[in-house]
Design a protein around this ligand. Structure first.
Ligand code: HEC
Ligand code: HEC
Length: 196
């Protein structure tokens, strides 16, 4: 039921993201981001705050979809909700283009637990994460960049999909992926990806 609703909603909202062919204004996106977003998501989209994801170098379409999901209430977060309420579709397009244009976060260095990373790499191969996220985990279109993302945020995101707190786009692909993951796998995957 939840899934059907998500798909219908996604089709309905597609217009907001794909929109009429209207060029995004990166400068306007930057101005908005400096005014509203950087306090939490960090200078140049690199987060230094626990449980707040970096947005730098994130996929344009992924960012736009998440903002649409927050605005529609299908993705819930107390901090993001008041932020997205006043955003127009134009703001969303501009913000997606701006954050996507920034240099992505570099993996946390040095790796304080290479053994855990090795386990994470193995889990990523076994679970075929790269089949959607790409060999370098940079994502594509509505599939998120996960390489170099904050470790504790990756853990939180996987838990949210696993518990159903977040269903996500792409036919709820991530709920299916996360549901069977063991706790040790989640820890290892997050550690591996955060250090790429
Ligand atoms: C008060 C702090 C705060 C502000 C201001 C804020 N955010 Fe967020 N944002 C968050 C938190 C916390 C999350 C993580 C939500 C979760 O855990 O699901 C988030 C998540 C996101 C995500 C999802 C990213 C992902 O990897 O899943 C996007 C996109 C986003 N924010 C964009 C923005 C934009 C654009 C702005 C400015 C218009 C903004 N945020 C302002 C706190 C904030
Ligand atoms: C069938 C395609 C598919 C596979 C396989 C897949 N993903 Fe995803 N992943 C997605 C999509 C689509 C999204 C965006 C979902 C959304 O809108 O929330 C996503 C989002 C995520 C996010 C949230 C990122 C963020 O910034 O909020 C994480 C973390 C993630 N995937 C990790 C993984 C891991 C780890 C694996 C392997 C265990 C994996 N994914 C396998 C399609 C996939």
């Amino acid at each position: 039921m939840m899934r059907t609703t998500t798909i219908i909603l996604a089709a309905f909202l597609a217009a907001a993201v794909a929109g009429p062919a209207c060029a995004a204004d990166v400068a306007a996106g930057k101005a908005k981001a400096t005014e509203v977003c950087s306090a939490c998501h960090g200078e140049n989209g690199i987060s230094t705050t626990e449980n707040i994801p970096s947005l730098a170098g994130q996929q344009d379409q992924f960012i736009q979809w998440q903002l649409v999901f927050f605005r529609a209430g299908t993705r819930k977060n107390e901090q993001m909700q008041p932020v997205v309420e006043p955003l127009t579709n134009e703001d969303i397009r501009n913000l997606g283009a701006y954050f996507a244009s920034l240099a992505p976060p570099r993996g946390a260095k040095p790796d304080d637990n290479p053994d855990l990373s090795a386990k994470g790499k193995q889990a990523a191969t076994g679970r075929r994460c790269a089949s959607c996220h790409g060999d370098d985990f940079a994502g594509t279109k509505a599939v998120a960049r996960i390489a170099g993302q904050r470790e504790e945020y990756l853990v939180k995101a996987l838990h949210d999909y696993k518990s159903g707190a977040r269903s996500g786009g792409g036919m709820a692909a991530m709920s299916d992926v996360a549901y069977p993951l063991h706790e040790e796998e989640i820890t290892a995957l997050a550690h591996y990806l955060a250090h790429l």
